[in-house]
Write a protein that binds this ligand. Sequence first.
Ligand SMILES: Cc1cc2nc3c(=O)[nH]c(=O)nc-3n(C[C@H](O)[C@H](O)[C@H](O)COP(=O)(O)O)c2cc1C
Length: 237
Amino acid sequence: MASKAASGNKARIHIIYYSMYGHVAKLAKSVLKGVEASGAEARLIQVPETLSKEVLAKMHAPEKDSNVPTIAVGGGGENTISLEDALVNCDGILFGYPTRFGGMPAQVKAIWDATGGLWMKGALVGKPISVFVSTSTQGGGQETTILTGLTNFIHHGMLIVPIGYSSPLSANMDAIHGGSAYGAGTFAGSDGSRQPTELELNIAEHQGSHFTQIATALKIGRAALPPKDANPPDAKQ
Ligand SMILES: Cc1cc2nc3c(=O)[nH]c(=O)nc-3n(C[C@H](O)[C@H](O)[C@H](O)COP(=O)(O)O)c2cc1C
């Protein structure tokens, strides 16, 4: 896997997210905390908006955080990062997005639909990826939103890293909470007024640190492998 990942054993993790009303953005900050606590270099990156200003105004969507760089598909601009830098030049990707009818938003799909060239080069083969989400309600599709996105990652040959039950937090039955074995999550409420709870933020932080440990182990393990052409298949015969 060709990547300009961080040097030494320190992994570079990209936390890429799309958030219309800020719930996923909040989860992303907790994920970041977990990544940094596990000794990796972390970077927050936003997915570009595809809806017009008029539509966004009708949806009462606030301005996005201009401090977080945005992926520029096929172009540059202030505080942008190329698609290749965002997806390839890291040791792992934590991807966050709100549900749209139980699946990923078109804004996020547009990113994956722009990766044909990277797919042809196998640029993402073996790269670990993990997903966190937001829905309005319980039963609004947290698991389906993660599950239906997996086809993109599988076709790229990426390694899917769920949190499973690696933390007892996800199995908490005392409080209503988003997040599951599939990934961290929050419920925004049907009017968007519910904010991520401490428990949900803690699950997100756990996902960041759990993922980082796996991505770091992969980075160290790969560095220890002999060069690819050291043992050509013919040598065995
Ligand atoms: C077009 C559209 C479809 C949506 N579909 C669902 C859905 O299927 N289930 C659900 O619980 N919420 C649904 N929502 C609500 C969003 O998931 C919610 O606004 C989001 O989780 C808030 O996260 P954010 O603040 O990061 O944008 C939908 C919202 C929109 C605009």
